[in-house]
Design a protein around this ligand. Structure first.
Ligand code: NOJ
Length: 450
């Protein structure tokens, strides 16, 4: 049966991920400032069922118990994010020591269990005070971000193994400033393009600040690389898919790894593209140690006469796979396409799959146990693809499940449940699902069996 076993290389990093606003709660405790998600979710009609992250999983108070669960799972690494407004309530200036202490205790608790900390500085919840000064559309944000990053590097730089500047900056730029579905809820092509550039520049400046401190860990960025395929081989659909890919992926990947914005998309956007100082490009392309890749789905794209991109995408599922509860098309090979792209066109730098997972069917039985076979199937097939990609020369060094536990799924609230650990509504009791038991075994044996 050897051909059905995918053995992973020694030292492969097995992890699970969360993000501050999605799990911490304690939204106004111990001196924390308001962030854009606090502000947005406290206004009517923004979040499904009027939910918010005020309490979330209460991880802020249950951190010790959560780290014990990570230890039980056997995780080699835990990916979390830091709430900027918990550390700097106004975004800049006075540091909130109690907020900083929380992350200090988290990192020490992880290290006590032999779990390598993987910290993201910005996973969408930036301070409201800075948003009110234009947020990412304001170039000053790049320096404010560096001020915050340096506070974190100084405090945790001796103990954090992996840093990511941003998580999926595309979502901040496009959902936050182009279609307005996420905070700050702006709808402006100009602001979205400025936000794109400033997110990229802030990333590069933070990488330079990290290098200047000569810390011992590694630094990179987390981008979402979904798979966009043309619906047919007509020229119109092929071009539509290209626009979709370039706007979603290359607008970030190319400046960071190749030092330039993609010519095709600049051409397409024409005079909507703001004038940008050329000196910014080498800063944005400051060498990184690894790229974090989040992968969830494949979408098929067809030409449309409507909308900025003149493209329309439909989720596509590979034969026999179906869709996640989000309607995302399940397609494990779509992840291979992204990993091959990084191998072949972007220098094969070290890659961590920093998120992969699914909101599967999750109804608990009478004992509160979730027998999530559909999630196991999703994870197993995607992990197997990672193994195949490593064998075909992709430089993949780690894999993190999204998510360690059920949590606040942004504007969809608590209904989609991505965790391998169930968080019981109301009591917030943690109950490992069947997938958690399964993943524990994968980690212990360093292999996945099909
Ligand atoms: C990507 C985001 O980084 C994460 O916050 C989100 O919960 C997952 N995708 C699932 O949608």
């Amino acid at each position: 049966m050897e051909e059905f076993v995918k053995q992973f290389p020694a030292g492969f990093v097995w992890g699970a991920a969360t993000a501050s606003y999605q799990v911490e709660g304690a939204w106004n405790e111990d001196g924390k400032g308001e962030n854009v998600w606090d502000h947005f979710s406290h206004q009517p009609y923004h979040i499904a069922n009027g939910e918010n992250g005020d309490v979330a999983c209460d991880h802020y108070h249950r951190m010790k118990e959560d780290v014990e669960l990570m230890s039980w799972l056997g995780l080699n690494s835990y990916r979390f994010s830091i709430s900027w407004a918990r550390v700097l309530p106004q975004g800049v200036g006075k540091v909130n020591e109690k907020g900083l202490d929380f992350y200090d205790r988290l990192v020490d608790a992880l290290l006590d269990q032999g779990i390598a900390p993987n910290a993201t500085l910005h996973h969408w919840d930036f301070p409201q005070a800075l948003s009110e000064q234009g947020g990412w559309a304001n170039r000053d944000m790049t320096d404010w971000f560096v001020e915050y990053a340096e506070v974190m590097f100084r405090r945790l730089g001796d103990r954090v193994s992996y840093w990511a500047t941003h998580n999926e900056p595309k979502v901040v730029a496009m959902a936050g400033y182009l279609d307005g579905a996420f905070p700050p809820g702006r709808a402006s092509v100009n602001e979205a393009l400025l936000a794109t550039h400033h997110l990229n520049l802030a990333h590069g400046k933070a990488v330079q600040a990290y290098r200047a401190g000569a810390y011992s860990g590694k630094i990179g960025i987390v981008l979402d690389i979904q798979n966009f395929e043309p619906a047919t081989d007509s020229e119109a659909d092929v071009l539509a898919a290209q626009r979709m890919s370039e706007l979603n992926t290359n607008l970030f990947l190319d400046p960071i790894l190749l030092g330039k914005y993609p010519a095709y998309i600049l051409d397409w956007l024409g005079d909507q593209v703001p004038q940008l100082p050329q000196d910014d490009m080498p800063v944005i392309a400051a060498p990184i140690d690894f790229l974090g890749m989040n992968y969830y789905f494949t979408a098929k794209v067809e030409h449309s006469t409507n909308g900025l991109l003149k493209s329309h995408s439909e989720n596509f599922s590979a034969d026999g796979w179906g869709f996640t509860k989000f309607g995302w098309g399940i397609d494990p090979q779509g992840m291979a396409k992204g990993l091959h792209l990084l191998r072949d066109k972007y220098g094969n730098l070290p890659v961590m799959v920093t998120e992969n997972g699914t909101p599967a069917q999750d109804a608990p039985d009478a004992d509160g146990f979730v027998n999530d076979m559909a999630r196991i199937r999703y994870l197993r097939e995607h992990i197997a693809v990672v193994g195949d990609c490593i064998r075909s020369g992709c430089n993949v060094q780690g894999y993190y499940i999204w998510s360690l536990m059920d949590n606040f799924e942004w504007t969809s609230g608590y209904t989609p449940r991505f965790g391998i650990i169930r968080v019981e509504p109301g009591t917030l009791k943690r109950v490992p699902k069947r997938s958690a038991h399964w993943y524990r075994n994968v980690i212990a044996e360093n292999k996945v069996c099909l």
